[in-house]
Design a binder for this molecule. Structure first.
Ligand SMILES: Nc1ncnc2c1ncn2[C@@H]1O[C@H](COP(=O)(O)OP(=O)(O)OP(=O)(O)O)[C@@H](O)[C@H]1O
Ligand SMILES: [Mg+2]
Length: 376
């Protein structure tokens, strides 16, 4: 047979009760390039169901007339059990109309047995598998689009609610603060504690709402060319001072020329603050959080934050960038920190990862394009 096929071997299931027809198919396939297709055979529907349950196929070659099942019933039975496989119906002249009906119901092609030769079989199977893959991809994209639409709607609703809640929360926090000061001299201990509880709950709520607005809000960047070492150096200093209370040091190192990096400095500061905050929380007293900022290629810079904490359990790693994923109990974390980092970094056309460092601790890595061409 004259063909140039170079892709991976196709896995096919032939569902056919007539041994002569199976033998004929095998004879056609024997003339195809070696490694093009690999056949399994099922003689009954039950047998086919078993194969489809436990194995993955690219294509099912299906005879519609089987013991105990005829025509479209046979097709429907197999179609319901095929997850990814294309179906090519094999029909006799007598049931060609039914075969066409099967194509309308989701089969990729049909072949009249008498007219099959090696070339016809090869073309039909190849195109059917390809058509099926294209359809699957289209369905997947459609589902993703639907999901994105839903998320966008939820985002808009959330932003609306967050705006409305932020003001009252600010008032509660402010008033509780003022009240606490005024009552500091005269109030009993219990009242002071109650007011402190109100204040800290309001502050927590306010922070949550602020993060929600940042995550769901507009990601327009105000980009400008900066010396990234200077911008991030300030963040490192502030974070070092803040971490001092818990006995953790934050160090900062730069490598290479970090001038002229085009970013939204405020947003990139925010990324580093979130990463360092996470790192400091995990690092015990006397430990160090090391920030390293490097011009690692003519077109990219990399910022790394390495901590001395316990690292991340492998089953949690794939979830850490999801909004609201947090392992900090008791409402301490909102789980939006890394989701915000990801949104900011991707809006800059960069990428962010979090992994366990070989020598222990977690390593967050942000890679950004120097020229910042991708305006969001
Ligand atoms: N450096 C780290 N080491 C170990 N685990 C980490 C580290 N950084 C993040 N994590 C894990 O990932 C989770 C998600 O982090 P993320 O910053 O998104 O949320 P959070 O810190 O819990 O809350 P917040 O919204 O206040 O930042 C954390 O709860 C923590 O379990
Ligand atoms: Mg965090």
């Amino acid at each position: 047979m004259n063909t140039t096929q170079s892709t991976a071997t196709l896995r096919a299931l032939v569902v056919e009760d007539n041994p002569a027809d199976v033998a004929l198919l095998k004879a056609h396939i024997a003339t195809a390039p070696p490694g093009w297709i690999e056949l399994q055979t099922a003689h009954t529907l039950e047998d086919a169901a078993q194969h489809l349950r436990f194995e993955r196929f690219d294509v099912v070659l299906l005879d519609l007339s089987l013991p105990g099942s005829q025509g479209l019933d046979t097709f429907r039975f197999v179609h319901e059990r095929c997850r990814e496989a294309a179906i090519v119906v094999l029909s006799g002249l007598a049931d060609e109309t039914v075969a066409r009906e099967a194509v309308r119901s989701g089969a990729q092609d049909y072949l009249v047995k008498d007219g099959v030769d090696a070339n016809v079989l090869f073309r039909s199977v190849t195109y059917s598998v390809e058509r099926r893959r294209i359809t699957q991809r289209a369905l997947k994209l459609q589902a993703e689009l639907e999901h994105a639409r839903k998320l966008a709607t939820i985002g808009r609703i959330t932003a609306g609610i967050a705006h409305e809640i932020r003001n009252p929360l600010q008032i509660v926090a402010y008033s509780a603060n003022a009240l606490a000061k005024r009552l500091a001299v005269s109030a009993d201990e219990k009242s002071v504690k109650d007011i402190e509880r109100i204040r800290s709950a309001a502050v927590r709520g306010e922070r949550f709402v602020q993060e929600l607005l940042e995550y769901g809000g507009d990601m327009t960047l105000r980009k400008t060319a900066v010396h990234l070492g200077v911008v991030l150096g300030h963040v490192a200093e502030d974070q070092d001072a803040a971490a001092d209370e818990g006995g953790v040091r934050v160090t900062f190192e730069t490598v290479g020329d970090l001038r002229g990096v085009v970013v939204d400095p405020h947003r990139i500061e925010q990324v580093l603050v979130n990463l360092v905050t996470n790192a400091v929380k995990q690092t015990g007293e006397g430990g160090v959080v090391a920030i390293r900022c490097e011009r690692d290629s003519p077109t990219t810079v990399t910022v790394e934050v390495l901590d001395m904490g316990p690292g991340i359990e492998p089953e949690h790693l794939e979830h850490v960038f999801e909004p609201f994923f947090t392992l900090r109990a008791g409402g301490v974390g909102t789980g939006l920190g890394l989701a915000i980092c990801k949104a900011i970094v991707e809006a800059h056309g960069g990428e962010i990862t979090l992994a366990n460092a070989p020598a222990g601790g977690a390593l967050a890595r942000v890679r950004l394009p120097v020229s910042g061409a991708a305006e969001a």
